[in-house]
Design a protein around this ligand. Structure first.
Ligand code: CP3
Length: 347
């Protein structure tokens, strides 16, 4: 536990992550801060996404909005996986409805060599924001996060979101040495980003490898896992570490083996099947399909009950969605899901 964090180890999220017995199943939502909340849309009006991530007052306010509204068991820092790249001075933007767009994609070894080293001086606004956040959170943990090297590399090489990741895979397999340098530099960047968050008071971290599911298991293990592992071991044991990707049914064991405490599972894999693969050494997180939040309440309730019952097989379960909250989600439904999870699992 970071000395700056006020969250107690008995906070349900931290207890579940450490495979102890929480007072009830903890719940938070990936992308809980964002366009589903009217108060977010209001405060973001006229402020660019990445600019809002660099203003401590806005970061703190937006991070706290879903905690106040939904009674979730953790806050997640309002930022973005590409923020450290922006802080390094790369010419990139987050385009609404599209995602990160990079002006000069990385296409050669020389481009890779030009990527600079991230230091704490680049991201002082993050530590400042976390100070404001933990002061208000009290016992509720703050989750810090970073992008995993593969997902970051895909944005950098493709120049933006990609369906097939073809340039990324071609680069990875054609020039393994330049790939090694690229993923090493990105590992170092994400490590500095995560350690700064922990030092400032985050009490858990999540490594997002959102697009790892595009890879075969063999290529994941050869070209990606060693770099994510390097981040996990550099972050160390001070806080529990969550590792998440989408479409990773066949990668769960490899992702766990990078040094995670908690494995995030998308909605395609039932949690009892994930636990059968992972055994008793890892807690799991997930996995309500974010699209199900658009169905009738009776459907949502049945799905929440199914997931809680399948999750009970794991040595620790953190309830979440299988991926992020979709922008048109009714926020009142999220609040009801939190209350339902708490009600069904409190002793
Ligand atoms: O989860 C949270 O509430 C914390 C904040 C958070 C954001 N991005 C804020 C955000 C986190 C953890 C992320 C991580 C992130 N960013 C990932 C990994 C998680 C995942 O979704 O798989 C990825 C792939 C990105 C890159 C990214 N940033 C995308 C694909 C988009 C969506 C573009 C769009 O407009 O649909 C973003 C933008 C973004 N990041 C928004 C938010 C709240 C929306 C921007 C806005 O409101 O204008």
């Amino acid at each position: 536990m970071s000395e700056n964090s006020s969250a107690s180890p008995s906070a349900p999220l931290l207890a579940a992550a450490r495979r102890h017995t929480p007072a009830y199943v903890p719940v938070w939502f990936m992308r809980q801060a964002g366009r589903s909340l009217p108060e977010y849309r209001q405060i973001r009006e006229g402020v660019d996404m990445l600019e809002s991530c660099m203003r401590p007052d806005l970061v703190a306010e937006i991070t706290l909005q879903p905690v106040r509204r939904h009674n979730v068991d953790a806050a997640i820092l309002f930022s973005d996986i590409v923020l450290p790249l922006k802080a390094l001075g790369m010419d990139l933007d987050i385009k609404p409805g599209v995602g990160p767009v990079i002006a000069q994609p990385i296409r050669s070894r020389a481009d890779v060599e030009a990527i600079e080293v991230l230091t704490n001086e680049h991201i002082g606004f993050i530590s400042e924001a976390i100070g404001l956040i933990t002061a208000e959170l009290g016992d509720t943990p703050l989750i810090g996060f970073a992008g995993a090297p593969f997902t970051l590399a895909s944005y950098l090489i493709e120049g933006g979101p990609s369906r097939n990741h073809e340039r990324t895979k071609a680069f990875m397999m054609s020039d393994p040495q330049a790939w090694d340098l690229l993923l090493s530099r990105l590992s170092d960047i994400s490590t500095v980003f995560l350690k700064a968050q922990v030092a400032a008071g985050a009490s858990a971290v999540q490594l997002f490898d959102s697009w790892a599911g595009a890879l075969s298991r063999a290529n994941y293990e050869r070209y990606v896992a060693p770099y994510s592992q390097r981040i996990m071991s550099a972050v160390g044991d001070e806080v529990p570490k969550i590792h998440f990707g989408v479409g990773t049914a066949l990668l769960l064991e490899s992702m766990a083996a990078t040094g995670a405490d908690v494995v995030g599972v998308d909605w395609r894999t039932p949690l009892d099947a994930a636990t059968a693969l992972l055994g008793d050494r890892y807690a799991i997180q997930g996995n309500l399909d974010p699209a199900v939040l658009f169905a009738d309440w009776s459907v949502i309730e049945a799905e929440v009950r199914r997931i809680l019952s399948e999750g009970a097989a794991a040595p620790g379960h953190i309830f979440n969605l299988g991926h992020g909250v979709l922008p048109d989600t009714d926020p009142d439904v999220l609040t009801r899901v939190v209350a339902l999870v708490h009600e069904l699992t409190a002793a």
